[in-house]
Design a protein around this ligand. Structure first.
Ligand code: DMJ
Length: 643
């Protein structure tokens, strides 16, 4: 068919259609399609006319013309020895049976071509009677069909895999009526957060509880991906809020679509969406969550296409183009981002039988193992083009935190078989203890930040998660230092509690200092906010599970009450801008992690330990529980547990 080759030529000649790109920028592709379509129609009419004319010509001239066009097609290999004549390639003057057969064949083909072109002309005439809108609508319908087909292909059934031991999905109802009452209060807070999101922000990523409308930030890109729904699912499930869970499931089933032209944070999408979907799948057994998680993971994979295999921080879900945050040390990737993929990616390989995810994260690990570390510390920045560290900053808070957490959790999640991860964790923690952990004059243990050979005596709210991490890693620690690490966890929990207790609202600031006579207090105005973060409560919960010291439940209850008193508004829960002010102003954001983490950890703090026991479940950094996998039984290549 020659038509496609002609298209660009005709395309150049025709003036652009009136409905230009400027009028409907998002319809650019559709208009180009409809222009091409109309050109096709005109060409098709033109060809039909030519053929029409052909049939009215005298027979002799007809044959001559036809010879030229069809010689190769009809009888390319004429054997003249058998009586036929090959005149210019096409047999027109042969004798007897052969000649008759060829005439019939020629006639049949001619009829077919005529019928085809008459049909095309009829269709073209019909099309031209239609308005531009109708034609556009038809094109759109065709496009939708293609999208549906692609979706069907995407959602092909995954191979059946044996489900890991799913122990402890129960109500966890405490016998003590006072504890039950506290737990019910947390559940009521969850209802308040969810109901308002449902009413005012449904489908948006987050909620603005004062303005009572949807909210989003650049980590989720520019599309409505229902981050709060996905992040909240497992909390709803654990709390027995099954109607709400079903609403969320229905929204995800019908609306959560990853074929969007949107640039998202690989790390955030992994911990909140993939983690959230996987946890919802394991808890409820509903396949839709697994399928969506796998679809989304496929969209993140192009982020790993860098010279080193260290992923970009951001990726466009549609185009697969990745890049890094402009502020991150000369285009570096961030340790806590590319180092916080392991748990989810191992589960993806487990569930799909496809090693691609596993290989990506193991590649990162191998690369990190080979690199020199200043003072044994991992810097926060790594350039994905050169494979070299950026600025020599080390933090157990923002930019570094969950990298260390995932080393420990990779080991736990592998049923303690991934000893390579455990070793990396032990080495890292030893260096951190040596260079970053100090005691203040007032006796508070804190974790500072390392900046170019200098220790900054400041601790972030984010860093407070480390108390829980030390306690979780105590069992199995090198040289049997379990007691030491449990104690370290308790000291961090105490320091972080002090950071709450020394404020007016009894809520912790974003960062607090241990310098110049100041202890566990924020100094700068822009570090005095509380945005409903979970880390301190997370540490209380781990400490509670490992010690059963009632003070952790008490501290958790204090925090819950403060949140309910100062962050609750009629449209949900909001962060506050200054925890030292008695009349705080709101930031008007209900973060999705408030439902995923803060309220979940509080609920678990007032539940029995047999609800999601830590021997069987490992919580990702967004508090999404994933079951321990017995990787020794799998054949993932290079699996340290398999060797
Ligand atoms: C959460 O999204 C995760 O816990 C992450 O690891 C860092 N902190 C936020 C909440 O503070």
């Amino acid at each position: 068919m020659t038509t496609p080759a002609l298209l660009p030529l005709s395309g150049r000649r025709l003036p652009p259609l009136n409905l230009g790109a400027s009028a409907f920028p998002h319809h650019r592709a559709t208009l180009r399609l409809s222009e091409k379509f109309i050109l096709l129609l005109i060409l098709s009419a033109f060809i039909t006319l030519c053929f029409g004319a052909f049939f009215f010509l005298p027979d002799s001239s007809k044959h001559k013309r036809f010879d030229l066009g069809l010689e190769d097609v009809l009888i390319p290999h004429v054997d003249t020895s058998k009586g036929g004549k090959n005149l210019g390639g096409f047999l027109i003057h042969g004798q007897g049976h052969d000649e008759h057969r060829h005439r019939e064949e020629e006639e049949r083909l001619r009829n077919k071509i005529r019928a085809d072109h008459e049909k095309a002309l009829e269709e073209a005439k019909e099309k031209l009677k239609k308005s531009r809108d109708e034609i556009q609508a038809e094109i759109q319908t065709e496009k939708n069909k293609v999208v549906q087909e692609l979706k069907k292909k995407d959602s092909k059934p995954l191979p059946p895999v044996p489900l890991p031991n799913l122990i402890g999905i129960n109500s966890g109802e405490p016998a003590d009526p006072d504890i039950r009452e506290r737990r019910n209060k947390i559940k009521e807070m969850m209802k308040h957060a969810w109901d308002n999101y449902r009413q005012y922000g449904w489908g948006h990523n987050e909620l603005k509880p004062i303005a009572r409308k949807g909210h989003s930030t650049n980590i989720f890109g520019n599309s409505q991906m229902g981050a709060t729904i996905v992040d909240a699912l497992d909390t709803l499930y654990i709390m027995g809020l099954h109607d709400e869970f079903r609403e969320g499931q229905e929204w995800i089933d019908k609306n959560l679509d990853f074929s969007v032209n949107s640039e998202v944070s690989v790390f955030e999408v992994n911990i909140r969406f993939i983690g959230g979907l996987l946890a919802a799948y394991y808890l409820s057994g509903q396949e839709v969550f697994k399928i969506k998680a796998v679809q989304l993971a496929g969209k993140l994979l192009p982020a790993f296409n860098t010279p080193t295999g260290i992923p970009w921080a951001m990726v466009n879900l549609k185009s697969g183009v990745g890049r890094n945050w402009g502020w991150a040390s000369a285009g570096s990737s961030i340790l806590a981002e590319f180092g916080t993929l392991h748990m989810e990616f191992v589960h993806l390989s487990y569930l799909t039988g496809d090693p691609v995810y596993y290989n990506k994260v193991m590649h990162i690990r191998k690369l990190l193992q080979k690199m020199d570390r200043p003072n044994g510390l991992y810097p926060n920045y790594l350039n994905p083009r050169t494979g070299r560290w950026g600025q020599h900053h080390t933090s157990v808070g923002g930019l570094g935190d969950s990298f260390y957490e995932y080393l420990l959790k990779a080991w736990l999640m592998s049923d303690k078989m991934d000893t390579e991860a455990r070793k990396m964790y032990d080495d890292a923690i030893e260096a951190i203890e040596k260079h970053l952990i100090r005691k203040s004059n007032g006796g508070l243990t804190f974790i500072g930040e390392w900046k170019n050979g200098h220790l900054e005596r400041k601790m972030g709210h984010l860093t407070c998660f480390a108390g829980g991490m030390f306690a979780l890693g105590a069992d199995g620690s090198r040289d049997d230092k379990a007691g030491h690490y449990l104690q370290l966890g308790a000291e961090i929990a105490h320091t972080c509690h002090e950071s709450y207790d020394r404020t007016t609202l009894k809520l912790g600031p974003e960062a607090f200092k241990f310098d110049g006579g100041v202890e566990a207090v924020a100094v700068r105005q822009n570090e005095k906010y509380y945005i409903l973060r979970p880390e301190v409560i997370e540490t209380y919960w781990y400490m509670w599970r490992f010690t059963h010291d009632p003070k952790y439940r008490q501290w958790g209850w204090e925090a819950a009450q403060a949140i309910d008193k100062y962050c609750r508004v009629s449209g949900g829960f909001s962060g506050v801008k200054d925890v030292y002010s008695s009349s705080p102003t709101y930031d008007d954001v209900q973060q999705s992690f408030f439902l995923a983490e803060t309220l979940k950890y509080l609920y678990l703090l007032f539940s029995n330990d047999d609800l999601l026991p830590l021997d069987n479940w490992v919580f990702n950094t967004e508090a999404h529980p994933l079951p321990v996998l017995h990787l020794a039984n799998t054949t993932l290549s290079g699996n340290p547990a398999y060797r």
